[in-house]
Design a protein around this ligand. Structure first.
Ligand code: PMV
Length: 325
């Protein structure tokens, strides 16, 4: 049976960085995110005895290295279901991979839903989130609706994501500003492994639970400015860890810094806008929906801006009827 799923990418306001269990992808800390309406992956999976080996195609290319990671995920689904057949997997991102827009999150969330259903399993949201986490940590947050918390947990069964608020809870936007099309040279999977080599990492972990509590309160009250200050500060803290780990990780391009400085400038002039950045050069600007056009008009005038992608808060992973093969 062919099954197709669509899943959003997500942007973390409080980040996942560092793992306490490498193979299970158990994070050092909880994280908070929002699903993104305009960055998503669609994946069709079919298990059948007509396939001699697993075939994986992502964005029109058949994959080997990355394919292996997908195949390991298919093996997990085969283990869970008892199914022995090989599979065909076709996956499409509606955006460029490897620039900081978290295609692994949407990719493994869509794969987990499509593959588990295609193997005859009907997993609960929690079980799906646990499965997705094992493909890529942040993928577990792309399963539930809207604004999400990934509970860190000490075991595989207790480390999964839950919806804090539905996607229509708060009219805020994530405007992704694309400042380059270079692929990152160091994967976030490797960056996660070396996080603890930064001398600042223990300091981060000491304060992280308070941060999680605070951001949830600010989201509950919809205090946009305090929320924005906290998420921007968090992004800079994450990059301070990256810059000071061994080897050091520098994901920014000059355009990234230009936008950071520009955000501070227009904020001082009265526009409430805040930034966050992941493992890539592209930068995410968080604003209230009412300020969308003002911001977009300003960004249009900057040379470093190649493209903007406007995201509303989105629902989680879903099944769709239109298959990719
Ligand atoms: O799930 P991964 O291994 O792609 O790591 C995601 C890391 C960050 O995007 C930097 C932070 C996060 O919480 O999304």
């Amino acid at each position: 049976m062919k099954v197709t799923a669509i899943a959003p990418s997500n942007i973390a306001f409080i980040k996942y960085w560092g793992k306490k269990d490498e193979s299970l992808r158990l994070p050092e800390n909880a994280s908070i995110s929002m699903n993104l309406s305009n960055l998503y992956t669609t994946t069709t999976v079919e298990f059948d005895d007509k396939y001699d080996s697993d075939m994986v195609e992502i964005d029109g290319e058949s994959k080997k290295g990355e394919g292996d990671r997908v195949i390991r995920h298919l093996d997990k689904v085969r283990n869970l279901s008892g199914l022995k057949f090989k599979a065909k997997v076709i996956s499409k991102n509606n955006f460029t991979k490897g620039t900081g827009s978290s295609s692994s999150a949407s990719g493994f969330a869509a794969l987990s839903l499509a593959a588990s259903r295609a193997a005859g399993l009907t997993l609960t949201e929690k079980e799906l989130s646990i499965l997705a986490r094992q493909g890529s940590g942040s993928a577990c947050r792309s399963i539930p609706d809207g604004f999400v918390e990934w509970l860190d947990g000490d075991t595989s069964e207790t480390s999964y994501a839950v919806s804090l608020f539905p996607h229509n809870y708060w009219n805020i936007l994530d405007v992704v500003v694309v400042v380059g099309d270079e692929k990152k040279d160091i994967s976030s999977t490797f960056g996660q492994v070396i996080a603890a080599t930064s001398p600042f990492f223990p300091v981060r972990l000491r304060n992280i639970n308070d941060k999680i509590m605070l951001i949830k309160q600010l989201m509950q009250k919809k205090y946009f400015n305090k929320f924005g200050e906290l998420l921007e500060n968090e992004a800079l803290e994450l990059h301070a860890i990256m810059l000071t780990s061994s080897p050091s990780l520098i994901y920014w391009l000059p355009g990234t810094i230009t936008i950071m400085k520009y955000v501070k400038k227009i904020r001082n002039e009265g526009l409430p806008v805040y930034f966050t950045v992941n493992t890539g050069q592209d930068i995410h600007l968080i604003i209230e929906e009412k300020n969308r056009d003002v911001l977009l008009n300003k960004l249009k005038r900057l040379d470093v801006v190649q493209k903007t992608i406007v995201n509303k808060p989105a629902g989680g992973a879903n099944l769709i009827q239109k298959h990719l093969f």
